[in-house]
Design a binder for this molecule. Structure first.
Ligand code: GLY
Length: 341
């Protein structure tokens, strides 16, 4: 135990030489002439608010990596956002367990899965990326790492989420909703511009003034999941992938299906082969529906993509998937096209 603690401490204190893992291929070091940058895109209506956090960094010529971390932290801290961070709906045993991942322009990445009691899992994921030789820490080990590095332990289950869980216990029926609409909040009481809809994972992709891409993805996962269940969000290539030479992609929806097809990596590869972002997302969704046509009739998966020129687009299985965009000229929520109409 003592040696384990020692390792955690030394991992926390030692900044592993990034030169060995910090691959420089594809990284831009000076401002680039790109069609549409800086720009930030993120999943669902509440991305509008999170994008403001990202723009605080991008608008001052900051780094895309800092922007996506700052942006998704807004959703993680919002108790009304019941699918991300603080206030997220718990698993069937009443535990709020969080998944998150982050990736920069040089293939550096970090993630946490099944992390409890920490308000900002995205920052733990970033620290894993920057201070350890690993990519993912899970469960108790991730918590120990976070606590050893100064993160505070807190109860993430809000009275509202506890009440919803107690209500769910009466039937204990596990059935993820296609698009969750939380209409109990009035628009006046809802701090989310864009309406009171309250959805799945927030995935955010950004390109900075230097033309570098980064992405972040964070969620409390499917409500009332089995304890220990991990979704696509912390799995690099599934819930998030970034390649400066091609583009970046993220996903929202039933994570098991996204993991099965390594969805975000697939979207990036379609962009590398010449597809525009929305077309790349569409091809990935069509592949998913072909893999499991029966199941896809009743589940939602949405992909969001940003290419290496700052073009963006999304596509989902079911109607209702939205994404928010902020750039120098656009601040808007778009409805993605879908396989089923
Ligand atoms: N896409 C989020 C999850 O399945 O956990």
């Amino acid at each position: 135990m003592a040696s384990r603690r020692k390792f955690i401490r030394s991992a926390a204190l030692t900044s592993f030489s990034l030169s060995s893992v910090d691959l420089l291929a594809g990284r831009n070091s000076s401002p680039q002439k790109i069609k549409n940058n800086p720009v930030v895109v993120s999943t669902w209506d509440y991305g509008i608010k999170a994008n403001v956090g990202a723009w605080d960094i991008l608008g001052k010529n900051g780094r895309a990596l800092d922007a996506v971390e700052n942006g998704v932290k807004i959703a993680e801290a919002d108790p009304l956002c019941q699918t991300v961070g603080y206030g997220g709906l718990p698993d069937r045993d009443g535990f709020v367990t969080l998944d998150a991942s982050i990736m920069d322009e040089a293939y550096n990445c970090g993630s946490v899965s099944c992390l409890q009691y920490i308000k900002h899992p995205i920052s733990v994921a970033r620290l894993i990326m920057e201070k350890t030789p690993h990519i993912m820490l899970a469960g108790e080990g991730a918590l120990q790492f976070a606590l050893a590095n100064g993160f505070e332990k807190m109860d993430l289950l809000t009275p509202k989420s506890r009440k919803d869980w107690m209500e769910w216990l009466k039937s204990s029926k596990y059935s993820p909703e296609i698009n969750i609409e939380n209409r109990k909040y009035s628009k006046e009481n809802d701090p989310m511009p864009g309406g009171p809809e309250n959805h799945d994972t927030i995935g955010m992709l950004a390109m900075d003034a230097s033309g570098n891409l980064s992405g972040a993805c964070t969620t409390s996962g499917l409500a009332y999941k089995m304890h220990g269940r991990v979704g696509d969000s912390p799995v690099i290539g599934a819930g998030l992938y970034v390649d400066n030479e091609a583009g970046a992609a993220t996903s929202s929806g039933v994570g098991e299906e996204v993991i099965r097809m390594v969805g975000s990596h697939l979207v990036v590869e379609y962009m590398r082969s010449g597809s525009a972002p929305a077309a790349a997302c569409k091809k990935a969704v069509e592949r998913l529906v072909k893999m499991n046509p029966v199941k896809c009739k009743s589940i939602q998966v949405g992909f969001l993509a940003l290419d290496n020129q700052g073009n963006y687009g999304g596509y989902s299985i079911q109607p209702g998937f939205t994404y928010a965009v902020k750039s120098q000229t656009v601040e808007q929520v778009f409805k993605a096209d879908s396989f089923y109409k």
